[in-house]
Design a protein around this ligand. Structure first.
Ligand SMILES: *Cc1c(COP(=O)(O)O)cnc(C)c1O
Length: 424
């Protein structure tokens, strides 16, 4: 149970289970589970029910809620679709959705944190995020007191809250800059042997965690969907949906056709959309003015073997460039017809579905899955006791530009060490 290999999609060589890239050719690695048929582990909570297809030895204590898949009535009626299903990742207790950090980053963080615990190598996890990812990792790490450094742009601090207690092993470094500066600083910290990055799309635990959306949906729908809609930044969720679908085809009970990926980005900050169309990219002031800046990613894993382009090619997929106005309209339509608040990122996926339904690209009877990647924040904030994270260290511009070995960068390391030492 839970046994797997990690294999390179380029050269085919088997790698150590925690490797993040092929040493030969840089391709993505993919897990191959020894169980080819999905056996639901009903004795385990939340997403751990899919244990057989998660790269962990055991469930992580205290975290790992599953998404909820249900058949849409309101939105489906509005769009004239007869077979529309919604996967909801967020907080919506009436439907059984209990992701209290309110996004599907709650599917990625628990398996990733569990693998960090299993590695027992004493290294400190570093995560750069402007919001949803930071919340999900802060919560998962808090339950097990895993040392974690969140690198956050100063302007994103207000989005850092979790329900319940925050462990003092979680440290926040705020960067006096934008998300890109936070990623750069996290990258510099990760290069240090005491720290380790989580690897983003390259981390099989993140992808297989997100793949649970399609696994849960296929069980509810009793088949693979024909269409899969999701808003993307990096596109990791799109790759994960493709990979989970391949596994379900291998299982044999869910059909043999890959779902067509309908991936949506927010224009003009849309590098995957631009690459897919073969058009130029004008991302001048991005992510400023985006409908939701969690969809901003400067370097998506597009052309790499096993990446977003291959997922689109293999599934006959398409990419949408959604404007803020379309997203806003879609958000209103969704919230009025389904009766739950959603994150703006998720509205970008709804906008793509509106377009596809109106144009006939999705037929009336087509089995369609809409991934609502985040929602229920208003509900969660009303009902739960939220703890806001505080900044522990402010990294000024010197820490971003100075060489490693220079006083300001080393000063930052000393400060981090002091705090980690004090908190044990
Ligand atoms: C991160 C995120 C996305 C985009 O996910 P990808 O990693 O690009 O697949 C979409 N919606 C929400 C709410 C997110 O937090």
């Amino acid at each position: 149970m839970g046994e797997y290999l990690v294999r390179c999609l380029g050269c085919g060589r088997v790698h150590p289970p925690r490797a993040l890239a092929c040493q030969n050719d840089g391709s993505l690695l993919r897990t191959e589970y020894s169980s080819k048929m999905l056996t639901l582990r009903s004795d385990l909570p939340g997403l751990w029910k899919f244990y057989d297809w998660l790269p962990v030895k055991e469930p992580l204590h205290g975290s790992g809620s599953a998404p909820v898949t249900y058949r849409s009535e309101g939105l489906a009626r509005g769009l004239g679709l007869e077979n529309l299903w919604i996967s909801f990742s967020g907080y919506w207790p009436e439907r059984g959705a209990e992701m209290t950090t309110c996004s599907f980053k709650d599917l990625e963080a628990p398996p990733t944190v569990e693998r960090m615990m299993e590695a027992e190598d004493g290294r400190v996890l570093v995560v750069a995020s402007a919001g949803n990812t930071a919340r999900a990792f802060a919560r998962a790490a808090s339950f097990v007191d895993l040392p974690l450094i969140l690198v956050v742009p100063k302007g994103g601090l207000h989005r850092l809250w979790i329900d319940g207690d925050l462990s003092d092993t979680v440290m926040v470094v705020s960067v006096n800059g934008d998300y890109t500066d936070a990623i750069d600083l996290a990258g510099r910290l990760e290069a240090h042997p005491r720290f380790v990055g989580e690897g983003g799309a390259r981390n099989v635990a993140r992808r297989d965690g997100m793949g649970v959306v399609v696994l849960d949906a296929a069980l509810s729908m009793e088949a693979l969907p024909e269409h899969y809609f999701q808003a993307i930044g990096s596109g990791t969720g799109g790759i994960a949906a493709w990979e989970a679908s391949l596994r379900l085809i291998g299982d044999g009970r869910f059909g043999s056709r890959l779902p067509k990926l309908h991936l949506a980005q927010n224009v003009p900050c849309a590098p995957v959309y631009a690459a897919w169309r073969g058009s130029g990219l004008e991302m001048g002031r991005c992510p400023e003015g985006m409908y939701d800046d969690v969809l901003y990613n400067r370097k998506p894993p597009y052309a790499v073997r096993g990446g977003v382009r291959e997922a689109l090619e293999e599934t006959g997929g398409v990419v949408y460039g959604v404007t803020n106005q379309e997203a806003e309209e879609a958000q209103t339509i969704f919230e009025e017809s389904e009766d739950i608040d959603i994150l703006p990122a998720a509205a970008v996926a709804v906008a793509a579905l509106l377009r596809a339904a109106r144009s006939g690209a999705v037929g009336k009877g087509d089995l369609t899955l809409l991934n609502i990647t985040g929602g229920g924040v208003s509900r969660a904030k009303e009902e739960l006791q939220m703890t806001y994270l505080k900044c522990d260290i402010e990294a000024g511009p010197e820490a971003l530009t100075s060489e490693s070995g220079s006083a300001s960068y080393d000063g930052l390391l000393v400060e981090i060490d002091e705090i980690l030492g004090r908190r044990g």
